[in-house]
Design a binder for this molecule. Structure first.
Ligand code: ADP
Ligand code: MG
Length: 772
C-alpha cells in the first residue's frame, strides 16, 4: 500500500522515479497523481494531424501508411522513414541508426496503429517527428498492457522530451494500484452535501476514466480540493486578523474630516458615499478593518482614502499611505497636500486651527529631510505619512499608527502588508487596500480572499470620455504619420501628450531586460517577449508566461513562444524613439523622456515640468501606468501596443481625459489584422469597461500573470480550477470553508484537511522566497 506522501521510488521503481523527478519534478505519490492528463484520446480515434504545429511536443494517435529504409549518403548507417496518417494528413517519422533497422521495420508495418511522441518539425516541406518515441496499440509490447487499452479513453499527459505520456501513464497506474487514501481531506459532510466522490475514487477517475462522465466527476471533486483548501486558509486568515484588537476611531462630529467634507468642491458619487460609509463604520470597530477598495483609474479612490485617514487623525491616530513607486508617493504627497490645503498645515502661517501635517518618506530623501520625516512620524506630529517601501524599514516608527492605506495592492505581497501592520504596536492598524485593476468577484474572493471588497463602479460626473483607436502601422504607414500630425495639433492647443514604449533602450543591451524598468514588468510577465527585454524586473527571458504559448494544448508547453520570440524585432524603446521623433515628425516640439532608470530627482523634475506644461510630449515607459495625474494631458500614443496586457493598456489610457478635455488613445501596432494580438487591441478600443477587459485578460492568460508576482504561489496550486469559469464552485467552497473554520478554527477534527492546508502554505512560502 502507498500513501500520497510516500516517495515514488518504492512504488514505481527507482529508474522511473528518477526520470519523473528529473523531467517533471515529481517526487511523491501525491505529486505524481496530481500530474493530471492534459486531455484524453478516444481509443481508435486518430489525431487530426493538420492541427500540429512546428515546435510542439506532441503525442499523436495515428496509423502507419508506409515504411522505407535507405542507406545514408554521407555516413555509414540507415534512415528509416515511416509515414503515419490520420486518414487525411500525413506525418513522417524518421529514425537514424548506425546499422540496419529490420526489427523496427517489422514493428512499424502498414496498418498498425500507435501513439507517437516527439517534437514537430518541418523538413523539406514535410511535417515530421525525428526519432519519436512510440507505443503500438494491440501489438508487440502493448499486448501486455491490453487491460490499459481496453479502456475507451487514453490519458495524454503533459510530457517531457525524456519522458513520454505513456511512460507517465505506466507510473500512474502502478501508483493507483497501490494507493491507499486513509483519510480524505474533504470532510464527509461537504462531500455529501455537494455530491462529490472520495479522493481515491477521483484520482482513479481522472487518470483512468471509464468514460468522459467519469472523468468529469473526478475533475469536479479535484477542483473542490483546490478551491476548498485555499478558502480554508483565507477563512483562517480573516479570522486571525479579526481576532486582533484595534483602536476604534469613530467619526467625530466636528473634526478635520467634517471640515474637509465642507470644503470639497464636488459631490461624492453614490459609490464613494457607500464605500465611505462602510469604511467609516469599520474604523469604529475594535477589530481591524481589512478592506479592498477597487475602482477604475479616476473613479475617486484617493478621496475615500483621504477621508478615512482624516477620521483616524480625528481619533488621535496616524495614517500611513504606501505607494508602489517614488513618483507615485511624491504625487500623492502633492495632491493630498493640495486637497487638504490649510488642514495639513499645522503650525504654519495660514494653517487651520485643528490642522495636522503630512510627511513624505522615500528612499531618495536627503539625510536631513529623512531625519525630519522620521521624527514627524515618531512624534505623531505628522497625522499622515506617505511613502514607498522605505516606510517598511525597521527604523520607521509611529506614535500611534491607526490606519494603513496601500495603493495598488498587486505590487505588494501579504508579507509587506504585515511588516507595516506590525508598526502599530500592541493592537493592529486598520488596513485599506486600493487597486485600479478591476477584477471579477471570484478572482477577488480567491486572490484577495482575506479582504472584504468595496467597488466603485462609476466615474465622477463631468469626466470626458476617452476614445481609443488601433493604428495598424505595418498595413497603413500613413496612419502612423497621421498619428504624429495629430500629436502636433494637440501640442498647438497647449495640451500634453504621452508616448509610451515597452522598453527603455539607450545603453541597456538588447536581449537583456533585467532591471530595465521598475514599474513595467511587475504585473505583466511575458507577452511573447522571450529574451527581448520588453518585460521588466525578473520576468524577462521567459516567453512561456506570455501570449506565444498560453495554454494552447501543446504537449510540451513552451516551445512555440520561443519560436515567436526569435522572429520578432525588439520592442520600441523610449530613448531611441524620443531621439527619432525629435529629429523627425515632432521636431520643434518640447520632448522629454521618462523611465525607471532616471534618478528620482530627475523623474520628479520631468513629471513636474510635464504637469506644468513646459514639456509637451513625454516619451515614457509604463512608469506612468498607475495613478499619475496630469489633467491637461489629452492624448496617449502607445507604441507596440500588442506587447502590453489588456488590463495594462486600459490603465495606461486612464492617464488621459482626466481634465475637461476629451481623451484620445492611439494603440500603434504592427500585429497582423485578425490575429489574436489585434483582437485584444480591438477589444480595448471597443470598451471602457475595465471589468470586461480584466475578464478577457484573465481568460487569455494565467491568473498569476495578470495579477502579479505577489500571487504567484497561487497559480501553481490551481491546476484544474479556473477562477472565471468555476465561479459557482468557488462560491460554495468559500461558504463551506467559512462555516467549517468558524466551527473548528484549528481544524482539530480534520487532520487530513489540516495537512493539506499546511502543505499549501509551505508551497506558497517556498515560492515566495524563491521570487524574493
Ligand atoms: P483614483 O485614485 O481612483 O484614480 P482619484 O481619487 O485620484 O481617482 O480621483 C481622480 C480625480 O477626480 C481627482 O482629481 C479627484 O479630485 C476627482 N474626483 C474624485 N471624486 C470626485 C467626484 N465625486 N466628483 C468630481 N470629481 C471627483
Ligand atoms: Mg489613484
Amino acid at each position: 500500500m502507498a500513501s500520497l506522501q510516500d516517495t515514488l521510488g518504492p512504488v514505481v521503481g527507482a529508474k522511473a522515479a528518477k526520470r519523473l523527478a528529473a523531467a517533471l519534478d515529481l517526487r511523491t505519490v501525491g505529486e505524481l497523481l496530481r500530474h493530471y492528463p492534459r486531455r484524453y484520446e478516444n481509443r481508435g480515434e486518430l489525431t487530426d494531424l493538420a492541427s500540429l504545429r512546428d515546435g510542439e511536443n506532441v503525442t499523436v494517435q495515428a496509423e502507419v501508411a508506409s515504411v522505407s529504409v535507405r542507406r545514408m549518403r554521407n555516413r555509414p548507417g540507415t534512415v528509416l522513414e515511416a509515414v503515419v496518417t490520420d486518414g487525411r494528413g500525413r506525418l513522417a517519422l524518421t529514425f537514424f541508426a548506425r546499422g540496419r533497422q529490420d526489427w523496427r521495420e517489422k514493428l512499424l508495418q502498414p496498418g498498425v496503429r500507435g501513439l507517437f511522441a516527439g517534437q514537430v518539425s518541418t523538413f523539406q516541406g514535410k511535417r515530421q517527428l525525428s526519432h519519436p518515441e512510440y507505443e503500438l496499440l494491440g501489438t508487440g509490447a502493448a499486448v501486455v498492457r491490453a487491460a490499459e487499452y481496453a479502456a475507451e479513453l487514453i490519458p495524454v499527459y503533459p510530457a517531457a522530451k525524456e519522458l513520454t505520456s505513456w511512460q507517465i501513464a505506466d507510473s500512474v497506474r502502478m501508483a493507483l494500484d497501490l494507493l491507499d487514501v486513509a483519510d480524505d481531506p474533504l470532510p464527509r459532510a461537504i462531500r455529501d452535501r455537494y455530491k462529490l466522490c472520495g479522493l481515491a475514487d477521483a484520482l482513479r477517475g481522472i487518470h483512468r476514466p471509464a468514460d468522459r462522465r467519469d472523468a468529469e466527476r473526478a475533475r469536479e471533486r479535484l477542483k473542490w480540493d483546490e478551491a476548498f483548501v485555499l478558502q480554508v486558509i483565507l477563512a483562517q486568515r480573516r479570522r486571525a486578523a479579526i481576532a486582533f484588537s484595534a483602536t476604534p476611531r469613530p467619526r467625530r462630529p466636528a473634526g478635520l474630516l467634517a471640515e474637509f467634507d465642507g470644503r470639497l468642491p464636488f459631490e461624492l458619487t453614490v459609490g464613494q458615499q457607500l464605500a465611505g460609509a462602510t469604511i467609516a463604520d469599520e474604523l469604529a470597530f475594535d477589530h481591524p478593518m481589512h478592506r479592498l477598495l477597487q475602482g477604475e483609474v479616476g473613479s475617486g479612490k484617493t478621496v475615500i482614502a483621504v477621508r478615512a485617514m482624516l477620521q483616524v487623525v480625528d481619533g488621535g491616530g496616524q495614517a500611513a499611505l504606501l505607494a508602489p513607486t517614488e513618483v507615485l508617493a511624491q504625487q500623492h504627497y502633492r495632491s493630498i497636500g493640495a486637497l487638504l490645503g490649510p488642514l495639513a498645515q499645522a503650525g504654519q502661517l495660514g494653517g487651520a486651527e485643528r490642522a495636522t501635517r503630512l510627511a513624505l518618506l522615500t528612499g531618495s530623501l536627503g539625510a536631513a529631510a529623512r531625519r525630519e520625516a522620521l521624527l514627524d512620524a515618531a512624534s505623531g506630529s505628522a497625522g499622515i505619512v506617505i511613502g514607498t517601501h522605505a516606510l517598511l524599514e525597521e527604523n520607521v516608527q509611529f506614535a500611534d499608527l491607526g490606519l494603513v492605506v496601500i495603493d495598488e495592492q498587486h505590487r505588494f505581497g501579504v508579507e509587506q502588508r504585515d511588516a507595516l501592520r506590525e508598526k502599530a504596536g500592541d493592537g493592529r492598524p486598520h488596513v485599506l487596500v486600493m487597486t485600479a485593476t478591476p477584477i471579477p468577484r471570484t478572482v477577488a474572493m480567491t486572490v484577495f480572499g482575506d479582504l472584504e471588497v468595496s467597488t466603485l463602479t462609476e466615474l465622477p460626473a463631468g469626466r470626458e470620455a476617452i476614445s481609443t483607436h488601433v493604428v495598424p502601422a505595418a498595413e497603413r504607414p500613413r496612419y502612423l504619420e497621421r498619428t504624429w500630425e495629430r500629436v502636433t495639433e494637440e501640442v498647438r492647443k497647449n495640451r500634453q501628450i504621452y508616448v509610451v514604449c515597452p522598453r527603455i533602450g539607450g545603453d541597456a543591451p538588447a536581449g537583456n531586460g533585467r532591471g530595465d524598468e521598475d514599474a513595467a514588468g511587475g504585473s505583466q510577465a511575458g507577452y511573447g517577449t522571450a529574451g527581448d527585454g520588453a518585460s521588466g524586473d525578473g520576468s524577462d527571458g521567459d516567453g512561456s508566461d506570455g501570449y506565444g504559448t498560453a495554454g494552447d494544448g501543446s504537449d510540451g508547453g513552451r516551445s512555440s513562444g520561443a519560436v515567436d520570440g526569435e522572429a520578432r524585432r525588439p520592442p520600441l524603446a523610449v530613448i531611441e524613439l524620443a531621439a527619432e521623433l525629435g529629429r523627425g515628425p515632432l521636431a520643434g516640439v518640447r520632448l522629454a523622456v521618462m523611465h525607471g532608470r532616471l534618478p528620482p530627482e530627475e523623474k520628479d523634475r520631468v513629471m513636474l515640468a510635464f504637469a506644468a506644461g513646459t514639456v509637451d510630449v513625454l516619451v515614457t515607459t509604463t512608469v506612468v501606468e498607475v495613478g499619475v495625474d496630469v489633467p491637461n494631458a489629452t492624448t496617449m500614443v502607445i507604441m507596440d501596443a500588442d506587447r502590453f496586457g489588456v488590463s495594462q493598456l486600459h490603465q495606461l489610457r486612464g492617464r488621459v481625459g482626466r481634465g475637461s478635455h476629451e481623451g484620445l488613445c492611439l494603440l500603434v501596432t504592427e500585429a497582423e489584422a485578425g490575429g489574436q494580438a489585434r483582437q485584444r487591441l480591438d477589444a480595448v478600443a471597443a470598451t471602457l469597461d475595465g471589468f470586461k477587459l480584466s475578464r478577457l485578460d484573465l481568460e487569455q492568460r494565467r491568473e498569476g500573470d495578470v495579477l502579479g508576482s505577489a500571487q504567484a504561489g497561487r497559480k501553481s496550486s490551481l491546476k484544474l480550477l479556473t477562477l472565471l469559469a468555476d465561479e459557482d464552485l468557488i462560491g460554495h467552497a468559500r461558504r463551506a470553508a467559512t462555516e467549517l473554520v468558524d466551527a473548528d478554527p484549528a481544524l482539530a477534527g480534520y487532520p487530513a484537511l489540516a495537512a493539506a492546508v499546511a502543505a499549501l502554505l509551505d508551497q506558497e512560502r517556498a515560492e515566495f522566497l524563491e521570487k524574493a
